[in-house]
Design a protein around this ligand. Structure first.
Ligand SMILES: O=P(O)(O)OP(=O)(O)OP(=O)(O)OC[C@H]1O[C@@H](n2cnc3c(O)ncnc32)[C@H](O)[C@@H]1O
Ligand SMILES: [Mg+2]
Length: 204
């Protein structure tokens, strides 16, 4: 049984990554979180793109622990803000990981933006880096619109403000979808689906 390190310091994101990998039913690969390995310092996420940052995080984990490492870098890209917050999504309000402050700032910035120009996309880049140096990076996108108020109890981050375009969502926010529904539609689900063959190849 080989092990793969899932390198995220965001508990709710980590849970989503774990769920999607579990649902893929990959046998012979054990997924371990950062809590199961010795502590190593967090790399600054200095990349200009989601892909760059996912690689920074996955390379750091593979190097520090010496096993294959999977990392996600993600965020929301708002059309009316020319793609921002983008790679700055986790710290848009200035405080890293402060979801209520990030959501409040985004709402305020879009207060004058009419409904027909509130389009946005969640983006996830997922990188798998092997200690030998092999690197795979994939991307998933999820189109929708930014709501005018937060709705729904599930998910994390900007989910309560994001209404996916998918018909099956039927106007609900991403935080009003069940976790399984979100996984089936989300940027992260779409990105990870492309990594399943590479993960399967590690089994043994
Ligand atoms: O870097 P790690 O340790 O994985 O954890 P993080 O929370 O810092 O993660 P990112 O740097 O990738 O920043 C992603 C931010 O984008 C937002 N985001 C990403 N995926 C999301 C999702 O599925 N739903 C809602 N918001 C999301 C949320 O604000 C995250 O904090
Ligand atoms: Mg981060």
């Amino acid at each position: 049984m080989s092990s793969v390190l899932l390198a995220s310091r965001n508990g709710k994101k980590l849970a989503e990554l774990q769920r999607v990998v579990d649902a893929a039913g990959i046998t012979g690969v054990e997924i371990v979180g950062l809590d199961a390995v010795p502590d190593y310092p967090e790399e600054p996420e200095t990349g200009a793109t989601f892909e760059d940052n996912a690689l920074i995080k996955a390379r750091a984990g593979a190097k520090a622990i010496g096993i294959p490492c999977l990392a996600d870098d993600s965020g929301i890209a708002v059309d009316a803000l020319n793609g921002m917050p983008g790679v700055l999504s986790a710290r848009w309000s200035g405080r890293h990981g402060d979801d209520p402050a990030n959501n409040a700032l985004l709402l305020a910035q879009l207060s004058d933006t009419p409904d027909e120009r509130r389009g946005a996309a969640f983006v996830s880049a997922c990188a798998l880096v092997l200690p030998g140096g092999t690197e795979t990076v994939v991307r998933g996108e999820w189109r929708g619109r930014v709501l005018r108020e937060e709705r729904g109890p599930h998910g994390f981050g900007y989910d309560p403000l994001f209404a996916p375009d998918d018909e099956i969502a039927d106007g609900r926010s991403a935080a009003e979808l069940s976790p399984a529904e979100k996984d089936g539609l989300s940027h992260r689900g779409k990105a990870l689906a492309q990594l399943v063959p590479a993960l399967r190849a590690l089994a043994g």
